[in-house]
Design a protein around this ligand. Structure first.
Ligand SMILES: Cc1cc2nc3c(=O)[nH]c(=O)nc-3n(C[C@H](O)[C@H](O)[C@H](O)COP(=O)(O)O)c2cc1C
Length: 467
C-alpha cells in the first residue's frame, strides 16, 4: 500500500505537557468503576464496552487482523479506507496509489462485529452511493448504485425508501442525554493539568438525538456494517486536483457537503461517524476548519468523530498534539469525540483519555503485531498488571493469523502466495516480542510460502508446531 512509505517513523511520545503526572493504571480502575466507557457509546453499539478500538490501517486492518484483535479484547474495529470509486466500480479500476481492496473490507463473518466500514472520496454523490452500497452489501445491481452516483450531475437523490437490512426496519431515534446517566462526574484530583470530564448536566444540555435502532441485532447484523465512517484524514495526495481524505480539512465546505450526502443516503438506523485530522496544517487560516466540520457533523446526527492529533501535512511523521486535541474536545462539550495519535501501549490509551477528555481511543500502529495491547488494556481496567505475551501465546497467534489470512484470501488467484506476502509485514512486527527479535525478523522477511512459514515457526516458536 502506498501509505506504508509514510509510516516508518519510530514511536514518538505525543506533545502533552503535564501528562507525566497521570497514573494510567489508577485512572483505568476509576474508569472501570464508572462503566468503562461513556454510556452513550454503549447505547449506540452495545458491544462497544471498553474505551478503545482498532483503527483503520490501510494494508493491515483486514478481517484477519481484526479477528485477532477481537480475540484479545478489542470491542470495535474500523476497516481500512475504501475509495468510493473502487466500491462503485465493483473492485475494477483499483489504482495502485489508492487505498483498500474490496475483499479486505467486507465483514469477516459472525465474529467480525461490530465493524465500521470506512469510505473516502471526492464527490458527495459518489460517497453517498458508495456508503449505501457498503451498508446494503450490494443488494442492488452495481448499475443501480452507479445510477445513484452519476444520474443527477453531482446531486445525489437518496432512494425514497431505503432497502431494508436483513430483517431490519427504519427505526426511531433515542435521546442520548437519557443514555448518559451518571457518566462524566469524575473526580479530577490527580493533576491540575488534567481536564475533568464534562458534568452530566453539561452533557445533557448538549445531548442530541442521533440515529439509533433500539435493536442491537440489526446493527450487529452478520452481513453488514454497524457504521459508515467517513474518512477526512488520509494524507495521500489529491488526484486530478480534487480533494479527498484529509485534504478536505483545507476545504471545509466540501467536507460538509460529503458528510450531508452520506448521512442522507444511509438508513437512519445505521450510524455515521467521521475520522478527521486536527488541522490541514499549522497555519492560522486552517485552525478553525476542524471545529466547523465537527459542529456540522454533530448537528446532522453523526454519532461520533475520531480526531487524529496530527496535521494532514505531517502525514505520520513527528509527534501528535494531545494538547491541541484537548482544546478541541473542550470546545465541543457534550459531543462524543475519540482520539488517535501516538498510542503505543495500553497505558497510552488511559493517558490519552485522562489528558484530552476523549471518550475512546483508536489504536493504530501500536497494535500492528501486538494484539496483546488490547488484552493489557482490559487488564488495566480490571486492576491487573498487564502481562506481556508468552512465547506460547505468540506462537498461537502467529499460526492463527496465517490461517485467517488463508481463509480471508480463499478464492483469490494465488491464495498461498498472497497470504505469505501479507504475513511477512505482520511477522516483522510480531518478532519484536521474541527474545531473538533480530533473527526472527530476518527469518520473517524471507517467508514466501506456507512451507517457509512452518519452518520459521518450528525454528523460533516451538509451541506452534502442529501436533
Ligand atoms: C499504514 C497506515 C495506514 C493507515 N490507514 C488508515 C485508514 O485506512 N483509515 C484511517 O482512518 N486511518 C488510517 N491510518 C491512520 C491511523 O488510523 C491513525 O490515525 C494514525 O496512525 C495515528 O495513530 P498512531 O500514531 O497511534 O499510529 C493509517 C495509518 C498508517 C500508519
Amino acid at each position: 500500500m502506498s501509505v506504508e512509505s509514510h509510516n516508518a517513523t519510530p514511536p514518538t511520545p505525543a506533545v502533552a505537557p503535564g501528562a507525566e503526572c497521570i497514573d494510567p493504571a489508577a485512572f483505568a480502575r476509576d474508569l472501570a468503576a464508572r462503566g468503562g466507557i461513556d454510556p452513550r457509546v454503549r447505547a449506540l453499539v452495545p458491544a462497544f464496552d471498553a474505551p478503545f478500538f482498532q483503527a483503520g490501517l490501510a494494508g493491515y486492518s483486514d478481517a484477519a487482523m481484526r479477528l485477532i484483535a477481537r480475540r484479545h479484547g478489542c470491542p470495535y474495529c474500523v476497516t481500512e479506507a475504501l475509495l468510493d470509486r473502487t466500491l462503485l466500480a465493483g473492485g475494477r479500476g483499483f489504482a495502485k496509489a489508492d487505498l483498500g481492496e474490496l475483499h479486505d473490507n467486507v465483514p469477516g463473518g459472525a465474529d467480525d462485529h461490530p465493524l465500521a466500514g470506512q469510505i473516502m472520496g471526492s464527490e458527495p454523490a459518489e460517497m453517498a452511493a458508495a456508503a449505501l452500497k457498503m451498508i446494503e452489501q450490494g443488494r442492488r445491481a452495481d448499475r443501480d448504485y452507479r445510477a445513484l452516483a452519476y444520474a443527477a450531475e453531482g446531486s445525489f437523490a437518496p432512494p425514497a425508501q431505503h432497502l431494508r437490512l436483513p430483517g431490519g426496519e427504519q427505526l426511531g431515534r433515542i435521546d442520548l442525554a437519557e443514555a448518559n446517566d451518571g457518566w462524566g462526574s469524575c473526580d479530577p484530583e490527580e493533576s491540575s493539568v488534567v481536564p475533568e470530564f464534562q458534568s452530566s448536566q453539561e452533557q445533557e444540555s448538549h445531548g442530541r438525538a442521533v440515529p439509533h435502532s433500539g435493536t442491537p441485532e440489526l446493527r450487529n447484523s452478520e452481513t453488514s456494517f454497524t457504521a459508515i465512517d467517513v474518512n477526512l484524514a488520509c494524507p495521500v495526495k489529491k488526484i486530478s486536483s480534487k480533494a479527498r481524505g484529509g485534504h478536505w480539512l483545507a476545504e471545509p465546505d466540501g467536507a460538509i457537503d460529503i458528510l450531508h450526502a452520506v448521512r442522507d443516503a444511509v438508513p437512519r438506523d445505521v450510524l455515521c461517524t467521521v475520522k478527521l485530522r486536527r488541522a490541514f496544517d499549522d497555519t492560522p487560516e486552517m485552525a478553525s476548519h476542524c471545529d466547523r466540520i465537527l459542529a456540522a457533523a454533530f448537528e446532522m446526527g453523526y454519532a461520533w468523530a475520531t480526531i487524529h492529533a496530527r496535521t494532514v501535512q505531517q502525514k505520520y511523521v513527528g509527534p501528535s498534539r494531545w494538547d491541541v486535541l484537548r482544546e478541541i474536545v473542550r470546545r465541543h462539550p457534550g459531543a462524543i469525540i475519540f482520539g488517535s495519535g501516538d498510542v503505543w501501549s495500553a497505558a497510552d490509551i488511559f493517558r490519552m483519555i485522562r489528558y484530552t477528555g476523549v471518550k475512546a481511543v483508536a489504536v493504530a500502529r501500536g497494535c500492528i503485531g501486538n494484539p496483546w495491547l488490547f488484552r493489557q488494556a482490559r487488564d488495566l481496567l480490571a486492576g491487573r498488571d498487564p502481562a506481556p505475551p508468552t512465547l506460547a501465546e505468540q506462537a498461537a497467534v502467529l499460526r492463527a493469523h496465517y490461517d485467517l489470512l488463508l481463509a480471508v484470501n480463499h478464492g483469490a488467484r494465488y491464495t498461498e502466495d498472497l497470504s505469505s506476502k501479507q504475513i511477512r509485514k505482520f511477522g516483522i512486527r510480531f518478532a519484536a516480542h521474541h527474545p531473538k527479535a533480530d533473527d526472527v525478523r530476518r527469518a520473517m522477511i524471507a517467508v514466501a510460502s506456507a512451507e517457509d512459514w512452518d519452518r520459521v515457526l518450528a525454528a523460533y516458536y516451538p509451541a506452534a508446531v502442529p501436533a
